[in-house]
Design a protein around this ligand. Structure first.
Ligand SMILES: [Fe+2]
Length: 520
Protein backbone atom coordinates (compact mmCIF):
# COMPACT_ATOMS: atom_id res chain seq x y z
CA UNK A 1 0.00 0.00 0.00
CA UNK A 2 2.85 2.38 0.57
CA UNK A 3 6.21 2.90 2.16
CA UNK A 4 6.88 2.07 5.79
CA UNK A 5 8.24 4.74 8.04
CA UNK A 6 8.66 5.22 11.79
CA UNK A 7 5.32 5.46 13.55
CA UNK A 8 3.41 3.02 11.39
CA UNK A 9 3.20 0.53 14.24
CA UNK A 10 0.98 2.93 16.19
CA UNK A 11 -2.75 2.49 15.83
CA UNK A 12 -4.52 5.13 13.72
CA UNK A 13 -6.22 6.41 16.85
CA UNK A 14 -2.96 6.72 18.80
CA UNK A 15 -1.31 8.54 15.91
CA UNK A 16 -4.20 10.96 15.69
CA UNK A 17 -4.08 11.78 19.38
CA UNK A 18 -0.31 12.36 19.29
CA UNK A 19 0.63 14.35 16.18
CA UNK A 20 4.29 14.09 15.30
CA UNK A 21 6.67 16.96 15.98
CA UNK A 22 8.26 19.10 13.25
CA UNK A 23 11.42 16.94 13.01
CA UNK A 24 9.61 13.70 12.39
CA UNK A 25 9.77 12.62 8.75
CA UNK A 26 6.38 11.30 7.76
CA UNK A 27 5.05 11.01 4.26
CA UNK A 28 1.58 12.43 3.94
CA UNK A 29 -1.03 13.42 1.42
CA UNK A 30 -2.79 16.75 1.98
CA UNK A 31 -6.31 16.95 0.54
CA UNK A 32 -7.73 20.43 -0.01
CA UNK A 33 -11.14 21.81 -0.85
CA UNK A 34 -11.05 25.59 -1.02
CA UNK A 35 -11.81 28.61 -3.13
CA UNK A 36 -15.60 28.38 -3.36
CA UNK A 37 -17.18 27.70 0.04
CA UNK A 38 -16.51 25.58 3.13
CA UNK A 39 -12.74 25.26 2.77
CA UNK A 40 -11.25 22.23 4.50
CA UNK A 41 -8.06 20.18 4.72
CA UNK A 42 -7.36 16.49 5.32
CA UNK A 43 -4.01 14.86 6.11
CA UNK A 44 -3.70 11.21 5.18
CA UNK A 45 -0.74 8.88 5.63
CA UNK A 46 0.31 6.21 3.14
CA UNK A 47 -1.33 3.46 5.19
CA UNK A 48 -4.75 5.01 4.67
CA UNK A 49 -5.02 6.54 8.15
CA UNK A 50 -6.67 9.94 8.53
CA UNK A 51 -4.25 11.93 10.69
CA UNK A 52 -6.26 15.13 10.62
CA UNK A 53 -9.32 16.66 8.96
CA UNK A 54 -10.61 20.12 9.74
CA UNK A 55 -12.75 23.02 8.54
CA UNK A 56 -11.40 26.48 7.88
CA UNK A 57 -14.45 28.23 9.33
CA UNK A 58 -13.76 26.82 12.78
CA UNK A 59 -10.46 28.72 12.88
CA UNK A 60 -11.45 31.96 11.12
CA UNK A 61 -14.94 32.12 12.75
CA UNK A 62 -16.39 33.04 9.35
CA UNK A 63 -19.19 30.64 8.45
CA UNK A 64 -18.60 28.80 5.16
CA UNK A 65 -15.16 30.43 4.85
CA UNK A 66 -13.98 29.77 1.30
CA UNK A 67 -10.29 30.14 2.10
CA UNK A 68 -7.89 28.05 4.16
CA UNK A 69 -7.21 30.02 7.35
CA UNK A 70 -3.74 30.34 8.94
CA UNK A 71 -4.82 28.38 12.04
CA UNK A 72 -5.84 25.42 9.90
CA UNK A 73 -2.53 25.48 8.00
CA UNK A 74 -0.71 25.50 11.33
CA UNK A 75 -2.57 22.37 12.51
CA UNK A 76 -1.94 20.69 9.14
CA UNK A 77 1.80 21.40 9.25
CA UNK A 78 2.05 19.64 12.65
CA UNK A 79 2.29 16.56 10.47
CA UNK A 80 5.19 17.92 8.43
CA UNK A 81 5.36 18.98 4.79
CA UNK A 82 3.06 16.90 2.59
CA UNK A 83 4.53 14.75 -0.14
CA UNK A 84 1.41 15.19 -2.27
CA UNK A 85 -1.25 17.89 -2.32
CA UNK A 86 -4.56 16.80 -3.85
CA UNK A 87 -7.17 19.35 -4.88
CA UNK A 88 -10.86 18.43 -5.00
CA UNK A 89 -11.73 19.68 -8.47
CA UNK A 90 -10.31 20.70 -11.84
CA UNK A 91 -10.36 24.50 -11.74
CA UNK A 92 -10.28 25.32 -15.45
CA UNK A 93 -13.46 23.29 -16.03
CA UNK A 94 -15.17 25.08 -13.19
CA UNK A 95 -14.10 28.44 -14.60
CA UNK A 96 -15.55 27.38 -17.94
CA UNK A 97 -18.87 26.57 -16.27
CA UNK A 98 -18.82 29.87 -14.36
CA UNK A 99 -18.18 31.73 -17.62
CA UNK A 100 -21.07 29.82 -19.23
CA UNK A 101 -23.41 30.71 -16.36
CA UNK A 102 -22.49 34.39 -16.55
CA UNK A 103 -20.42 34.50 -13.35
CA UNK A 104 -17.26 35.55 -15.18
CA UNK A 105 -13.80 34.02 -15.06
CA UNK A 106 -11.56 34.35 -12.00
CA UNK A 107 -8.17 34.43 -13.74
CA UNK A 108 -6.20 33.77 -10.57
CA UNK A 109 -8.12 30.51 -10.08
CA UNK A 110 -7.34 28.87 -13.39
CA UNK A 111 -4.57 26.51 -12.28
CA UNK A 112 -4.42 24.14 -9.33
CA UNK A 113 -0.88 25.13 -8.42
CA UNK A 114 -1.84 28.82 -8.51
CA UNK A 115 -4.84 28.24 -6.23
CA UNK A 116 -2.91 26.07 -3.81
CA UNK A 117 0.05 28.42 -3.55
CA UNK A 118 -2.38 31.21 -2.74
CA UNK A 119 -4.33 29.10 -0.23
CA UNK A 120 -1.40 27.37 1.49
CA UNK A 121 1.46 29.70 2.41
CA UNK A 122 4.00 27.63 4.30
CA UNK A 123 3.55 24.51 2.20
CA UNK A 124 6.69 23.66 0.23
CA UNK A 125 5.53 23.28 -3.37
CA UNK A 126 9.09 22.60 -4.56
CA UNK A 127 8.80 19.36 -2.60
CA UNK A 128 5.11 18.45 -2.89
CA UNK A 129 3.58 16.90 -6.00
CA UNK A 130 0.30 18.54 -6.97
CA UNK A 131 -2.68 16.73 -8.39
CA UNK A 132 -6.39 17.40 -8.89
CA UNK A 133 -9.52 15.35 -9.47
CA UNK A 134 -13.01 15.65 -10.88
CA UNK A 135 -15.37 17.36 -8.41
CA UNK A 136 -18.00 14.60 -8.30
CA UNK A 137 -15.34 11.88 -8.26
CA UNK A 138 -13.88 13.50 -5.12
CA UNK A 139 -17.34 13.33 -3.53
CA UNK A 140 -17.68 9.69 -4.60
CA UNK A 141 -14.26 8.71 -3.24
CA UNK A 142 -14.83 10.46 0.09
CA UNK A 143 -17.89 8.24 0.43
CA UNK A 144 -16.81 4.91 -1.05
CA UNK A 145 -13.25 4.71 0.30
CA UNK A 146 -14.43 5.44 3.87
CA UNK A 147 -17.32 2.97 3.59
CA UNK A 148 -17.26 -0.63 4.85
CA UNK A 149 -18.19 -1.88 1.36
CA UNK A 150 -15.99 -3.75 -1.16
CA UNK A 151 -18.43 -2.84 -3.93
CA UNK A 152 -21.13 -0.18 -4.01
CA UNK A 153 -23.43 1.94 -6.12
CA UNK A 154 -22.38 5.55 -5.48
CA UNK A 155 -24.82 8.43 -5.91
CA UNK A 156 -23.58 12.03 -5.78
CA UNK A 157 -26.09 14.90 -5.68
CA UNK A 158 -24.97 18.47 -5.05
CA UNK A 159 -25.74 22.01 -6.22
CA UNK A 160 -23.08 22.24 -8.90
CA UNK A 161 -19.40 21.38 -8.93
CA UNK A 162 -18.32 22.22 -12.43
CA UNK A 163 -20.78 20.68 -14.91
CA UNK A 164 -22.08 17.61 -13.15
CA UNK A 165 -24.95 18.04 -10.71
CA UNK A 166 -25.93 14.37 -10.28
CA UNK A 167 -23.71 11.36 -10.91
CA UNK A 168 -24.13 7.62 -10.43
CA UNK A 169 -21.02 5.43 -10.20
CA UNK A 170 -20.15 1.78 -9.83
CA UNK A 171 -17.29 1.51 -7.34
CA UNK A 172 -15.16 -1.48 -6.34
CA UNK A 173 -11.61 -2.42 -5.40
CA UNK A 174 -9.34 -4.19 -7.90
CA UNK A 175 -7.07 -7.14 -7.08
CA UNK A 176 -4.41 -4.90 -5.51
CA UNK A 177 -6.91 -2.89 -3.48
CA UNK A 178 -7.16 0.23 -5.61
CA UNK A 179 -10.58 1.85 -5.84
CA UNK A 180 -12.04 1.83 -9.36
CA UNK A 181 -14.94 4.01 -10.43
CA UNK A 182 -17.17 3.59 -13.48
CA UNK A 183 -19.51 6.47 -14.26
CA UNK A 184 -22.93 5.00 -15.01
CA UNK A 185 -25.05 8.13 -15.50
CA UNK A 186 -24.94 11.87 -14.96
CA UNK A 187 -27.01 15.00 -15.22
CA UNK A 188 -25.43 18.40 -15.77
CA UNK A 189 -25.74 22.11 -15.08
CA UNK A 190 -28.18 23.83 -14.79
CA UNK A 191 -30.43 20.84 -14.01
CA UNK A 192 -29.77 20.42 -10.31
CA UNK A 193 -31.75 19.28 -7.28
CA UNK A 194 -29.27 21.18 -5.09
CA UNK A 195 -29.73 24.43 -7.01
CA UNK A 196 -33.51 23.99 -6.82
CA UNK A 197 -33.35 23.57 -3.03
CA UNK A 198 -30.94 26.51 -2.68
CA UNK A 199 -33.22 28.71 -4.82
CA UNK A 200 -36.15 27.96 -2.48
CA UNK A 201 -33.87 28.54 0.53
CA UNK A 202 -33.16 32.01 -0.82
CA UNK A 203 -36.86 32.57 -1.72
CA UNK A 204 -37.90 32.19 1.95
CA UNK A 205 -35.22 34.62 3.10
CA UNK A 206 -32.51 32.18 4.19
CA UNK A 207 -28.86 32.07 3.06
CA UNK A 208 -28.40 29.70 0.09
CA UNK A 209 -25.55 27.17 0.29
CA UNK A 210 -25.68 27.50 4.06
CA UNK A 211 -29.15 27.45 5.58
CA UNK A 212 -30.76 24.64 3.57
CA UNK A 213 -30.99 22.68 6.85
CA UNK A 214 -33.31 25.37 8.24
CA UNK A 215 -35.57 25.07 5.16
CA UNK A 216 -35.69 21.32 5.84
CA UNK A 217 -36.72 22.00 9.46
CA UNK A 218 -39.42 24.46 8.35
CA UNK A 219 -40.97 21.87 6.05
CA UNK A 220 -42.57 19.96 8.95
CA UNK A 221 -44.74 23.00 9.78
CA UNK A 222 -46.17 23.56 6.31
CA UNK A 223 -48.60 21.83 3.99
CA UNK A 224 -47.00 20.15 1.03
CA UNK A 225 -49.96 20.76 -1.25
CA UNK A 226 -47.94 23.11 -3.44
CA UNK A 227 -45.37 20.48 -4.37
CA UNK A 228 -47.35 19.71 -7.53
CA UNK A 229 -47.47 23.43 -8.35
CA UNK A 230 -43.67 23.58 -7.99
CA UNK A 231 -43.36 20.45 -10.12
CA UNK A 232 -45.58 21.91 -12.85
CA UNK A 233 -43.89 25.32 -12.83
CA UNK A 234 -40.26 24.27 -12.56
CA UNK A 235 -39.71 20.67 -13.61
CA UNK A 236 -39.48 19.68 -17.27
CA UNK A 237 -38.78 15.96 -16.76
CA UNK A 238 -38.75 14.55 -13.25
CA UNK A 239 -37.18 11.22 -14.24
CA UNK A 240 -34.27 12.78 -16.13
CA UNK A 241 -34.13 15.57 -13.48
CA UNK A 242 -34.44 18.35 -16.01
CA UNK A 243 -35.76 21.77 -14.97
CA UNK A 244 -37.56 24.32 -17.13
CA UNK A 245 -35.31 27.18 -16.07
CA UNK A 246 -31.85 27.83 -14.67
CA UNK A 247 -32.51 28.01 -10.92
CA UNK A 248 -28.95 29.15 -10.30
CA UNK A 249 -30.31 32.66 -10.79
CA UNK A 250 -32.86 32.08 -8.01
CA UNK A 251 -36.63 32.46 -7.83
CA UNK A 252 -38.53 35.72 -7.91
CA UNK A 253 -39.50 36.94 -4.41
CA UNK A 254 -43.03 37.34 -5.84
CA UNK A 255 -43.23 33.66 -6.78
CA UNK A 256 -45.84 31.86 -4.59
CA UNK A 257 -46.40 35.06 -2.64
CA UNK A 258 -49.86 33.80 -1.59
CA UNK A 259 -48.28 30.99 0.42
CA UNK A 260 -46.48 30.98 3.73
CA UNK A 261 -42.74 30.30 3.87
CA UNK A 262 -43.54 27.09 5.76
CA UNK A 263 -45.83 25.86 2.97
CA UNK A 264 -43.17 26.69 0.37
CA UNK A 265 -40.61 24.78 2.45
CA UNK A 266 -42.93 21.77 2.74
CA UNK A 267 -43.62 21.75 -1.00
CA UNK A 268 -39.92 22.05 -1.84
CA UNK A 269 -38.95 19.26 0.55
CA UNK A 270 -41.67 17.01 -0.88
CA UNK A 271 -40.59 17.65 -4.46
CA UNK A 272 -36.87 17.33 -3.63
CA UNK A 273 -37.52 13.95 -1.98
CA UNK A 274 -39.41 12.70 -5.04
CA UNK A 275 -36.59 13.81 -7.35
CA UNK A 276 -33.91 12.25 -5.11
CA UNK A 277 -35.84 8.98 -5.03
CA UNK A 278 -36.13 9.03 -8.83
CA UNK A 279 -32.33 9.20 -8.95
CA UNK A 280 -32.12 6.31 -6.47
CA UNK A 281 -34.46 4.17 -8.58
CA UNK A 282 -32.27 4.85 -11.60
CA UNK A 283 -29.16 3.97 -9.58
CA UNK A 284 -30.69 0.73 -8.28
CA UNK A 285 -31.75 -0.30 -11.77
CA UNK A 286 -28.11 -0.49 -12.87
CA UNK A 287 -27.99 -3.53 -10.53
CA UNK A 288 -24.33 -2.83 -9.73
CA UNK A 289 -24.67 -3.36 -5.98
CA UNK A 290 -27.30 -3.21 -3.23
CA UNK A 291 -24.84 -1.21 -1.13
CA UNK A 292 -25.43 2.52 -1.49
CA UNK A 293 -22.81 5.19 -0.89
CA UNK A 294 -24.48 8.59 -1.00
CA UNK A 295 -22.50 11.86 -1.19
CA UNK A 296 -22.75 15.53 -2.14
CA UNK A 297 -24.34 18.34 -0.15
CA UNK A 298 -27.87 17.04 -0.79
CA UNK A 299 -26.95 13.89 1.20
CA UNK A 300 -27.16 16.08 4.33
CA UNK A 301 -30.95 16.17 3.90
CA UNK A 302 -31.61 13.69 6.71
CA UNK A 303 -35.40 13.92 6.25
CA UNK A 304 -35.12 12.66 2.66
CA UNK A 305 -32.56 10.04 3.69
CA UNK A 306 -35.09 8.10 5.79
CA UNK A 307 -36.64 6.86 2.52
CA UNK A 308 -33.44 5.51 0.93
CA UNK A 309 -33.76 2.08 2.54
CA UNK A 310 -36.65 1.26 0.22
CA UNK A 311 -34.14 1.00 -2.61
CA UNK A 312 -30.86 -0.22 -1.09
CA UNK A 313 -30.01 -2.77 1.61
CA UNK A 314 -26.99 -1.06 3.21
CA UNK A 315 -26.33 2.65 3.22
CA UNK A 316 -23.18 4.67 4.01
CA UNK A 317 -23.16 8.44 4.16
CA UNK A 318 -19.81 9.86 5.26
CA UNK A 319 -20.42 12.45 8.04
CA UNK A 320 -19.09 15.23 5.82
CA UNK A 321 -20.57 14.48 2.37
CA UNK A 322 -20.49 18.09 1.09
CA UNK A 323 -17.60 19.97 -0.50
CA UNK A 324 -15.61 20.22 2.76
CA UNK A 325 -15.57 16.42 2.91
CA UNK A 326 -14.11 16.35 -0.59
CA UNK A 327 -10.75 17.36 0.93
CA UNK A 328 -10.81 13.80 2.26
CA UNK A 329 -12.16 12.53 -1.07
CA UNK A 330 -9.29 14.10 -3.05
CA UNK A 331 -6.71 12.72 -0.60
CA UNK A 332 -8.38 9.29 -0.86
CA UNK A 333 -8.09 9.37 -4.66
CA UNK A 334 -4.41 10.30 -4.44
CA UNK A 335 -3.90 7.44 -1.97
CA UNK A 336 -5.92 5.00 -4.05
CA UNK A 337 -7.03 2.39 -1.51
CA UNK A 338 -9.48 1.92 1.33
CA UNK A 339 -9.33 4.51 4.12
CA UNK A 340 -9.19 3.22 7.70
CA UNK A 341 -12.32 4.91 8.94
CA UNK A 342 -12.86 4.93 12.70
CA UNK A 343 -14.89 8.01 13.61
CA UNK A 344 -15.44 11.70 12.82
CA UNK A 345 -13.27 13.10 15.65
CA UNK A 346 -10.51 14.30 13.33
CA UNK A 347 -10.04 18.05 13.84
CA UNK A 348 -8.36 20.43 16.28
CA UNK A 349 -7.44 18.79 19.57
CA UNK A 350 -8.33 20.13 23.01
CA UNK A 351 -6.07 17.81 24.99
CA UNK A 352 -7.11 16.04 28.18
CA UNK A 353 -9.47 13.32 29.33
CA UNK A 354 -13.14 13.71 28.46
CA UNK A 355 -14.61 15.38 31.58
CA UNK A 356 -17.28 12.76 32.29
CA UNK A 357 -17.79 13.40 36.01
CA UNK A 358 -17.83 17.20 35.65
CA UNK A 359 -20.42 16.92 32.90
CA UNK A 360 -22.60 14.60 34.98
CA UNK A 361 -22.46 16.98 37.97
CA UNK A 362 -23.59 19.91 35.82
CA UNK A 363 -26.30 17.91 34.07
CA UNK A 364 -27.73 16.69 37.35
CA UNK A 365 -27.57 20.13 39.00
CA UNK A 366 -28.44 22.47 36.12
CA UNK A 367 -29.77 20.27 33.32
CA UNK A 368 -27.48 21.91 30.71
CA UNK A 369 -23.72 21.89 30.15
CA UNK A 370 -21.25 22.47 27.33
CA UNK A 371 -18.35 20.23 26.39
CA UNK A 372 -15.24 21.11 24.36
CA UNK A 373 -12.86 18.19 24.60
CA UNK A 374 -10.70 16.07 22.30
CA UNK A 375 -10.68 16.26 18.51
CA UNK A 376 -13.28 18.49 16.79
CA UNK A 377 -15.84 16.74 14.61
CA UNK A 378 -15.24 16.68 10.83
CA UNK A 379 -18.62 17.59 9.36
CA UNK A 380 -21.48 19.93 10.17
CA UNK A 381 -22.83 18.00 13.19
CA UNK A 382 -21.63 18.24 16.77
CA UNK A 383 -21.23 14.65 17.95
CA UNK A 384 -20.24 15.09 21.57
CA UNK A 385 -16.82 16.78 21.44
CA UNK A 386 -18.10 20.32 20.74
CA UNK A 387 -21.64 19.98 22.05
CA UNK A 388 -24.17 21.64 24.27
CA UNK A 389 -25.75 18.75 26.18
CA UNK A 390 -28.96 18.73 28.18
CA UNK A 391 -31.29 16.42 30.08
CA UNK A 392 -33.91 15.71 27.40
CA UNK A 393 -36.72 14.77 29.80
CA UNK A 394 -39.67 17.07 30.36
CA UNK A 395 -41.31 20.01 28.63
CA UNK A 396 -39.14 22.98 29.78
CA UNK A 397 -35.75 22.06 28.43
CA UNK A 398 -36.39 23.08 24.81
CA UNK A 399 -37.10 26.70 25.76
CA UNK A 400 -34.07 26.79 28.07
CA UNK A 401 -31.71 25.55 25.35
CA UNK A 402 -33.35 27.82 22.77
CA UNK A 403 -32.76 30.78 25.07
CA UNK A 404 -29.05 29.99 24.96
CA UNK A 405 -28.93 29.17 21.25
CA UNK A 406 -31.21 32.12 20.35
CA UNK A 407 -32.47 30.42 17.25
CA UNK A 408 -35.84 29.88 15.58
CA UNK A 409 -38.19 28.16 18.03
CA UNK A 410 -39.54 25.75 15.44
CA UNK A 411 -36.21 23.97 15.17
CA UNK A 412 -35.87 20.82 17.29
CA UNK A 413 -32.73 19.54 18.97
CA UNK A 414 -31.16 16.17 18.35
CA UNK A 415 -30.94 13.18 20.68
CA UNK A 416 -27.73 11.23 21.27
CA UNK A 417 -28.38 7.69 22.48
CA UNK A 418 -26.50 4.52 23.38
CA UNK A 419 -26.73 2.49 20.17
CA UNK A 420 -28.07 -0.68 21.81
CA UNK A 421 -31.12 1.26 23.08
CA UNK A 422 -32.03 3.00 19.84
CA UNK A 423 -34.73 0.53 18.79
CA UNK A 424 -36.48 0.87 22.16
CA UNK A 425 -36.88 4.61 21.69
CA UNK A 426 -36.93 5.19 17.91
CA UNK A 427 -38.23 3.53 14.74
CA UNK A 428 -35.04 3.52 12.71
CA UNK A 429 -35.60 3.78 8.96
CA UNK A 430 -34.78 0.81 6.76
CA UNK A 431 -31.14 0.67 5.72
CA UNK A 432 -30.02 2.47 8.88
CA UNK A 433 -29.30 0.03 11.72
CA UNK A 434 -27.62 2.99 13.34
CA UNK A 435 -27.10 6.68 12.65
CA UNK A 436 -23.71 7.53 14.14
CA UNK A 437 -23.42 10.87 12.37
CA UNK A 438 -27.08 11.95 12.37
CA UNK A 439 -27.50 10.87 8.74
CA UNK A 440 -31.25 10.13 8.91
CA UNK A 441 -34.30 11.03 10.95
CA UNK A 442 -36.28 8.38 12.83
CA UNK A 443 -39.75 8.32 14.40
CA UNK A 444 -39.67 8.80 18.18
CA UNK A 445 -41.71 6.24 20.15
CA UNK A 446 -42.15 8.51 23.21
CA UNK A 447 -42.57 12.07 21.93
CA UNK A 448 -44.53 13.08 25.04
CA UNK A 449 -41.58 12.14 27.28
CA UNK A 450 -38.94 13.93 25.21
CA UNK A 451 -40.62 16.89 23.46
CA UNK A 452 -37.34 18.81 23.11
CA UNK A 453 -35.79 16.28 20.77
CA UNK A 454 -38.84 15.53 18.62
CA UNK A 455 -39.72 17.59 15.57
CA UNK A 456 -43.24 18.73 14.68
CA UNK A 457 -43.61 15.71 12.37
CA UNK A 458 -42.72 13.24 15.15
CA UNK A 459 -39.18 12.53 13.93
CA UNK A 460 -35.77 12.99 15.54
CA UNK A 461 -32.31 13.40 13.99
CA UNK A 462 -30.77 10.60 16.00
CA UNK A 463 -27.08 10.12 16.82
CA UNK A 464 -26.35 6.58 17.96
CA UNK A 465 -23.17 5.91 19.92
CA UNK A 466 -21.55 2.47 19.52
CA UNK A 467 -19.60 0.65 22.22
CA UNK A 468 -16.33 2.49 21.53
CA UNK A 469 -13.89 4.43 23.68
CA UNK A 470 -15.36 7.87 22.91
CA UNK A 471 -16.01 10.33 25.69
CA UNK A 472 -19.69 10.70 24.83
CA UNK A 473 -20.07 6.90 25.17
CA UNK A 474 -18.63 6.95 28.71
CA UNK A 475 -20.87 9.89 29.62
CA UNK A 476 -24.04 8.21 28.32
CA UNK A 477 -23.22 4.96 30.15
CA UNK A 478 -22.91 6.77 33.49
CA UNK A 479 -25.95 8.95 32.75
CA UNK A 480 -27.96 5.75 32.22
CA UNK A 481 -26.81 4.29 35.54
CA UNK A 482 -27.73 7.48 37.41
CA UNK A 483 -31.02 8.31 35.71
CA UNK A 484 -32.25 5.21 33.87
CA UNK A 485 -32.28 7.30 30.68
CA UNK A 486 -29.94 6.27 27.80
CA UNK A 487 -30.15 9.55 25.86
CA UNK A 488 -29.21 13.21 26.07
CA UNK A 489 -30.12 16.28 24.07
CA UNK A 490 -27.17 17.24 21.84
CA UNK A 491 -26.79 20.47 19.89
CA UNK A 492 -23.75 22.22 18.49
CA UNK A 493 -21.68 24.45 20.75
CA UNK A 494 -21.50 27.71 18.87
CA UNK A 495 -21.91 31.39 19.49
CA UNK A 496 -24.83 32.67 17.42
CA UNK A 497 -23.75 33.60 13.89
CA UNK A 498 -20.42 31.80 14.26
CA UNK A 499 -19.25 28.35 13.35
CA UNK A 500 -18.78 25.68 15.99
CA UNK A 501 -16.40 26.21 18.92
CA UNK A 502 -12.93 24.98 17.95
CA UNK A 503 -10.43 25.65 20.73
CA UNK A 504 -10.47 26.42 24.44
CA UNK A 505 -10.44 30.19 23.80
CA UNK A 506 -13.73 29.81 21.87
CA UNK A 507 -15.16 27.76 24.74
CA UNK A 508 -14.19 30.49 27.22
CA UNK A 509 -15.95 33.09 25.06
CA UNK A 510 -19.05 30.87 24.98
CA UNK A 511 -19.03 30.61 28.78
CA UNK A 512 -18.75 34.38 29.18
CA UNK A 513 -21.43 35.16 26.61
CA UNK A 514 -24.08 32.64 27.69
CA UNK A 515 -23.23 31.90 31.34
CA UNK A 516 -23.14 28.15 30.69
CA UNK A 517 -20.21 26.08 31.94
CA UNK A 518 -18.16 24.45 29.15
CA UNK A 519 -16.10 21.52 30.46
CA UNK A 520 -12.82 20.40 28.89
FE1 LIG B 1 -20.00 19.48 -4.55
Amino acid sequence: MGPNYPGNSLSPKAKRIAPEGPFHIQMTILGISAGFHDAAATVLDYDGNILFAGHSERYSKQKNDADISPGLISDVLHYGQPEQVAYYERPWRKQLRQWYSGQGIEWDKLTVRGILQQQLPGVDFDYAAVTSFNHHLSHAAGGFQTSPFDRATVVVIDAVGKWDTITIWGAEYDSVGRAQYTKLWSQGYPHSIGLFYSAVTSRVGLRPLDEEYILMGMAAYGHNNISNRLRYDLVDNEYEIRFKENLHTGLSQKYLSDYSDFDIAAGAQDLAEDLILNVMVRARNFKFSKNLVYAGGVALNCSANRRLGSYFGNIWIMPNPGDAGSSLGAAALAYGGRINWTDAYLGHDIAGDYPVNQLLDHLLQHGIVGVASGRAEFGPRALGNRSLLADPRGPEIKDRVNEIKRRQKFRPFAPVILEEYVDQYFDMPRGFGHSRYMQAVAGCKYPELFPAIVHHDGTSRVQTVPADDSGIRKLLEKWLVLTGCPLLLNTSLNIRGESMVNDRADADRFEREYGVRVCS
